[in-house]
Design a binder for this molecule. Structure first.
Ligand code: SF4
Ligand code: SF4
Length: 314
């Protein structure tokens, strides 16, 4: 698999990062063991880093694979606000992933310089953790144009993980063009960039070659996280990226069915999911949660906050 360097200061990694949300309990597409098998297979095919987050709740799923594959690098993310929160998140990651050293640690979903300012304590703690040799590279993930611009200027930041796809799905504060300009700005400063939601959370899988080619051709994006929930999906994506003819059998095996957010009718209308959705895709209508006019990117983040287990990606 093609190796790339993330920015001027980042590590050398495979062009594809394994997005483990797709095998996590949060999305519930595969069992824990099947997820391990898929990740192990992806590693054997040359994908040498895996992306997770504290909220994916899958550290215990990843731990045996990380033990078995010492060359597999790990990225995790935390919503920590204070230094105390951050050190607690870092210790949880180190302990539950079975790794003393976290290769890349990101602050999760930073929207602007104001969000970063609010998380200043956590950022200071990350800098300290890096100086102590507990973490390799620091960065943020973001769904926002202003998140990319603020991240690029954040002292000590090595890596950005922005949402980007050919329709601009999931960008919360601007157009696709705005995001491309922000990415170019960050790239000019030497920041390493790997793309998130290349397939728009499943909405763009009808034209996978177009989706991959678009992201690959963006100036400043060196790599991409791809969520894969079957062995065939690994083969399929790697064949497309290698420019190989994909056999019909493999195409049929990964023929993507339409996925959607299912909201159970026992919803109590508490609004917790509305608050949790950075896409503003949910509204309360007639006392129950409902999808509004904004695009749902099928991230599954709303599901984890529902006290009544009403939300599921199906
Ligand atoms: S509605 Fe739920 S699954 Fe859809 S974008 Fe919002 S948090 Fe993600
Ligand atoms: S969090 Fe659950 S119960 Fe509350 S509004 Fe959302 S779906 Fe309904």
């Amino acid at each position: 698999m093609h190796q790339v360097r993330l920015g001027l200061k980042g590590p050398e990694v495979s062009e594809v990062c394994f997005g483990s949300l797709a095998i996590s309990p949060l999305q519930g597409r595969v069992s824990v063991d099947q997820g391990r098998e898929i990740l192990t297979y992806a590693y054997s095919r040359g994908i040498d880093w895996v992306d997770t987050a504290e909220i994916y709740d899958n550290y215990s799923q990843l731990k045996p694979v990380l033990a078995q594959c010492p060359g597999l690098r790990i990225v995790t993310k935390s919503y920590a606000v204070t230094a105390e929160d951050l050190f607690a998140s870092l210790e949880k990651a180190r302990k539950e992933l079975g790794r003393d050293f976290i290769d890349i640690f990101l602050l999760h979903e930073q929207e602007s310089h104001l969000t970063l300012k609010g998380h200043a304590g956590a950022w200071e703690a990350l800098l300290e953790a890096k100086a102590k040799g507990l973490v390799g590279y620091l960065g943020i993930s973001t769904h926002a144009v202003q998140g990319v611009r603020a991240g690029a200027l954040q002292p000590g930041l090595d890596i950005l993980h922005p949402i980007i796809n050919y329709q601009g799905l999931g960008i919360i504060d601007g157009s696709l063009e705005d995001m491309l300009q922000a990415i170019a700005f960050a790239a000019d400063l030497g920041i390493g960039i790997y793309a998130m939601k290349v397939f728009g959370g499943g909405h763009l899988t009808k034209e996978p070659e177009k989706a991959l080619r678009f992201v690959r051709d963006i100036r400043g994006v060196q790599a991409m996280a791809l969520g894969m929930s079957s062995l065939q999906e690994v083969d399929y994506n790697l064949a497309l990226l290698a420019g190989e003819e994909v056999p019909e059998q493999l195409k049929n095996a990964v023929a993507h069915r339409e996925r959607k957010l299912y909201i159970a009718d026992w919803c109590q209308g508490c609004g917790a999911c509305v608050e949790a959705c950075s896409q503003k895709a949910l509204v309360i209508r007639e006392g129950q949660a409902s999808l509004g006019t904004k695009e749902c990117i099928l991230c599954g983040y709303c599901g984890r906050v529902c006290p009544h287990f009403c939300l599921k990606i199906v």
